[in-house]
Write a protein that binds this ligand. Structure first.
Ligand code: C2E
Ligand code: CA
Ligand code: CA
Ligand code: CA
Length: 273
């Protein structure tokens, strides 16, 4: 009985309890983030070889009343666990569509794409396709300018369902990028069956590019693979001119990273080359 008592005590480890309480508070706050209008989008430019901006990636920010700006790394995993990612992700898609619609009227911005991150939980929601199409229609956004970024983890299960949903969206002109490419566990065979438009080389490979032979080999292979599969390829996390030059020399034509611009609020976005 004594040892059982000790075990029960260690279960209520005070440190653990503090962590659980902090998490519960964050979760309660996150439930209020949408109704309190605390979510914002920042935009990071994607540029072509000549440095011209061809699109932006929309990145979610949470302006918390006491904590300040909370990073998506701190709250997206939580939102995925408790399914808040479904309404939050939909808010992101609606906001991105409104931006596309606003840009469509001006010839200087009409060709820009907006890339939106879609988490697996959000994508698997039964109403996903209909909600995206409704957001596009309601906003008047040109569907061909909306790019959905998905990750390899989506194709681990329910491969055919994922493919079917992608095809239904693609029929209406919406395009797909495979984010963080090279970091997943799946085989490459799905690449030939999925309706993808773009591969995004994960920033972990780009970061180590010039110091690490393996990263160079991996990045060169991804670029070659994307060319032979007729997919666009974008290098993420480009921070230096040397990385850019190496990527250009190896056939990469589109870039995203601090070298060209950090994610910023719309007002601060510089769209000229
Ligand atoms: P991600 O989709 O891979 O986005 C790229 C991340 O790299 C962003 O971090 C961006 O700020 C950062 N980054 C861009 N260029 C550079 C660079 O040159 N160097 C370095 N070190 N970092 C760079 P952020 O904004 O903190 O977002 C982190 C992750 O949160 C995203 O990774 C994405 O997985 C997730 N996320 C952000 N917004 C959303 C969203 O609306 N929905 C979902 N489901 N996930 C989101
Ligand atoms: Ca992304
Ligand atoms: Ca990425
Ligand atoms: Ca990532």
């Amino acid at each position: 009985a004594k040892s059982a008592g000790r075990n029960a005590l260690s279960f209520f480890d005070p440190e653990m309890q503090v962590r659980l309480q902090a998490r519960a508070r964050l979760e309660a706050d996150l439930r209020l983030a949408l109704p309190r209008d605390e979510l914002r989008l920042h935009f990071q430019p994607q540029v072509d070889e000549g440095g011209a901006v061809c699109g932006v990636e929309a990145l979610l920010r949470w302006q918390h009343p006491e904590r300040g700006m909370v990073s998506p790394a701190a709250f997206i995993p939580l939102a995925e666990e408790n399914r808040l990612i479904v309404p939050i992700g939909h808010w992101v898609i609606e906001a991105a569509c409104r931006q596309l619609a606003a840009w469509a009227g001006d010839p200087r911005t009409a060709l820009l794409t907006v890339s939106v991150n879609v988490s697996p939980r959000q994508f698997r929601d039964p109403g996903f396709v209909e909600r995206v199409l409704a957001a596009v229609e309601a906003s008047g956004a040109p569907p061909g300018r909306l790019k959905l970024e998905v990750t390899e983890s989506l194709f681990l299960e329910e491969r055919d369902e994922a493919r079917d949903k992608m095809l239904r969206l693609r029929e209406r002109g919406i395009t797909f990028a495979l984010d963080d490419f090279g970091t997943g566990y799946s085989s490459l065979s799905y690449l030939k069956r999925l309706p993808l438009d773009q591969l995004k080389i994960d920033q972990s490979f780009v970061r180590d590019l010039l110091e690490d032979e393996a990263s160079m080999a991996i990045v060169a292979s991804i670029i070659a693979l994307s060319h032979s599969l007729k997919l666009e390829v974008v290098a993420e996390g480009v921070e230096s001119e040397a990385q850019r030059a190496w990527l250009v020399a190896h056939g990469c034509r589109a870039f995203q990273g601090y070298l060209f611009g950090r994610p910023v609020p719309l007002e601060a976005l510089a769209l000229d080359a």
